[in-house]
Design a protein around this ligand. Structure first.
Ligand code: 6GU
Length: 268
């Protein structure tokens, strides 16, 4: 949180601590598992090490139920290594964008070249019933913030890598795609805000992922993004939104979408 601290040095320190704790020098891919996706960790391979995120430099205490607060090193059947981040700091927690992207920078420092970002989100398309997984094709960052500091001009043309999206479509035929809109939260959007998101080209509304994706791209990683539609966004659904229902929809869909994510990881 010290503005004079170098966030990349803290990420390097975190990666060194992970390497020390696990004996694994290099992780090949990293996954941040958001609401509804946590079960994928058990399906992709064998967890050899589980670390409390708070034992690692730069990680904050998890703020929310459904976010487990651990880092796991997983040996994939291919022999590759996955770092699973079950500890997400949300922008709305107010700790600043450096904290939000610290896990992504740590994954990059740990060697990961692919960053898979998952979340639970609201749907703008009426036919997306709760439980529908959607591949993120692009994003609109409405936080008015950026993880980049100073004159760092990063190209975001292929942010959600076409190469990885093609693999996802191959192993999950019929998977929908959409543009993710990151709002600051923690309140859900008004119906007018949802209409604005729709008008400017958005399909999914949420409170994470876009800032993390930018940091991953800056670090040279390829990004794959997946949203679980836990509910329709305000005004699209006739029902008011409840956090409890969002969590429940995530739990209900978890087995199916986690299995899908495991197939994607196996195909990378
Ligand atoms: Cl409707 N909006 C946002 N911003 N995040 C969500 C959501 C809606 N539903 C689940 N997460």
């Amino acid at each position: 949180d010290d503005p004079s601290a170098d966030p990349f040095a803290i990420a390097a320190e975190a990666a060194a601590q992970i390497a020390e704790r696990t004996g694994v020098e290099t992780h090949d891919i990293a996954l941040t598992l958001g609401s509804g996706w946590a079960k994928a960790a058990d399906l992709i391979g064998e967890t050899t090490h589980t670390i409390a995120a708070t034992d690692i430099a730069g990680f904050s205490r998890p703020a929310l139920e459904g976010h487990v607060g651990t880092l796991r090193s997983i040996l994939l059947p291919s022999g590759k290594r996955a770092l699973v981040i079950g500890a997400r700091t949300h922008y709305y927690e107010g700790h600043g964008v450096r904290r939000v992207v610290h896990s992504v920078r740590t994954a990059a420092a740990a060697g990961a070249s692919v960053m898979i970002l998952t979340n639970g989100a609201g749907g703008i398309k009426e036919h997306w019933t709760p439980g529908t997984p959607v591949l993120i094709s692009d994003h609109l960052n409405l936080t008015a913030d950026s993880p980049l500091e100073g004159a760092t001009f990063v190209d975001l043309t292929d942010l959600y890598a076409q190469r990885l999206r093609a693999i996802a479509h191959e192993v999950a035929p019929g998977l929908d795609e959409g543009v993710y809109v990151q709002f600051r939260g923690p309140h859900y959007e008004t119906p007018a805000e949802v209409q604005m998101a729709k008008t400017i080209g958005g399909h999914i509304v949420g409170m994470s992922t876009a800032l993390e994706a930018i940091a991953a791209r800056q670090a040279g990683m390829e990004v794959l993004g997946l949203s679980l539609i836990t509910n329709l966004a305000a005004g699209i659904s006739p029902e008011p939104l409840s956090h409890g229902e969002v969590i429940q929809a995530g739990k209900d869909a978890e087995p199916v979408i986690s299995a899908m994510l495991a197939r994607i990881v196996a195909a990378l």
